[in-house]
Design a binder for this molecule. Structure first.
Ligand SMILES: [Fe+2]
Length: 158
């Protein structure tokens, strides 16, 4: 950990940085999966789904940068190389042979949910207990973005 005048304890900063790096790896994986889906999806509603995936990609990219910069603010190292993303991401592997609309939507829905799950499943509480209101705020708005886009994606599925 890099020394900083940030008022959080070093232990809290180390713990939260590690947890945020896990979120970052999954978010970068999601960002790449969305472009894979954006480029390769095919079907009768092509343009709507093609554009939906790119819109979500743009929102995810904003959070990739925000989460990485929060880690840096805490004195941690933001890990975004392909090797570290590969080992750190908790997402299901994107099924690259699937290009139909329903299959692409289901894959992206699963990945959106997988990024969101650990946030509400204990991460927000741990950041709160460690006194990091800034990370709580960041993760809350990230979770809201993921859940909104999960609604958009699932609304195209019967
Ligand atoms: Fe494009």
């Amino acid at each position: 950990m890099r020394p900083t005048r940030n008022s959080l304890s070093e232990e809290a900063r180390r713990h939260i940085s590690a947890e945020l790096n896990a979120v970052l790896a999954s978010l970068i994986d999601l960002s790449l999966q969305l472009k894979q889906a954006h480029w390769n999806v095919r079907g009768p509603a092509f343009i709507a789904i093609h554009e939906l995936f790119d819109t979500i990609h743009g929102e995810v990219e904003e959070y990739v940068d925000s989460v990485a910069e929060r880690i840096a603010s805490l004195g941690g190292r933001a890990d975004g190389t392909v090797e570290l993303v590969r080992s750190g991401s908790k997402l299901p592997v994107y099924p690259v042979s699937v290009t139909d609309i329903e299959g692409s939507l289901k894959a992206i829905a699963g990945s959106l949910a997988a990024v969101d799950k650990p946030i509400g499943g204990g991460l927000l509480d741990r950041c709160d207990e460690l006194g990091d209101a800034v990370s709580v705020d960041l993760l809350t708005t990230l979770s809201a973005m993921l859940q909104k886009n999960l609604w958009f994606v699932e609304s195209h599925l019967s």
